[in-house]
Design a protein around this ligand. Structure first.
Ligand code: KIV
Length: 271
């Protein structure tokens, strides 16, 4: 029997035991109650209230503009729909990079005001103090290395990270640091598969990949992307499990046609 079918509520130790038993961890993002309810009931282990909400919910070009208040609003909505999954919330850009006191305050606000179970922060050595401080308050922390979208203007684009020896070696030491500090997991975004495999084998904690190949302990996708809502975004790593862009457009045009023709509402749909 898998760990998955035995548990009532997914905790960080459940994720750890999944890694230890070689059972893959399925994760998705969600930003609202309805979607979170569906994703939770389907059985993912981890729901990330990602700052990708800045892109897919608010229409910003990057994740930088989303605020802590807005992340808390999304997290509150998600938590209301979740019975089983572990809910992790991104600390948004500007809410933790200042110093460790700011990081702790932001993490505490997320935990207190949303009821979420953990936070995620982008970076390694440069935010070591902040991670330590948040962990010291008993708040589980997930790391995020490789392509870290909050640093997009430093990278200058969304290309694959850590292809050079130098960047790969920095990533490996940062991954080891996050492991040793006590993070419960780390997202590896858009890095070569061989590097993700090496990091995964070297860490005790689970790695969750996005664009990092199938050697990670688990996978995550942004829900709007895997549902095919946005046709324009099609990186190589993305597998679309539905074509909701077409499905939804068809539904909307059908509805418009029915309203204009007077077909909707009919007798049965009226009081
Ligand atoms: O914000 C987000 O959705 C993320 C995932 C891509 C891992 O950080």
């Amino acid at each position: 029997m898998s760990v998955h079918s035995e548990i009532k509520r997914v905790t960080t130790s459940v994720l750890q035991s999944m890694k230890d038993r070689g059972e893959k961890i399925a994760c998705l993002t969600a930003y609202d109650y309805s979607m979170a309810s569906l994703v939770d009931a389907a059985g993912v282990e981890l729901i990330l209230v990602g700052d990708s909400a800045s892109n897919v919910m608010a229409g910003h070009e990057t994740t930088l503009p989303i605020t802590l208040d807005q992340m808390i609003y999304h997290a509150q909505s998600v938590i209301r729909g979740v019975k089983r999954s572990l809910v992790v919330v991104d600390l948004p850009f500007g809410s933790y990079q200042g110093n460790s006191t700011q990081a702790l305050k932001s993490a505490i606000r997320i935990m207190k005001e949303s009821g979420a179970h953990a936070v995620k922060m982008e970076g390694g050595k440069e935010i070591e103090e902040s991670i330590t401080r948040v962990l010291s308050a008993g708040i589980p922390v997930m790391g995020h290395l490789g392509l870290t979208p909050q640093s997009i203007y430093k990278f200058g684009g969304y290309s694959v990270r850590a292809k050079s020896e130098e960047e790969a070696s920095l990533l490996k030491s940062n991954a080891k640091l996050l492991n040793d500090l006590g993070c419960f997991g780390v997202v590896l975004e858009k890095i070569p598969q061989s590097l993700a495999e090496e990091v995964t084998a070297s860490l005790e904690i689970p790695t969750i990949g996005i664009g990092a190949g199938n050697g990670c302990d688990g996978q995550i996708l942004v829900i709007h992307d895997m549902l095919g809502i946005n046709k324009e975004f099609s990186p190589r790593f993305l597998r679309r499990y539905a074509d909701l862009h077409t499905e939804m457009t068809n539904a909307f045009t059908h509805y418009i046609k029915d309203v204009k023709s007077g077909d909707f509402p009919n007798e049965q749909e009226s009081y």
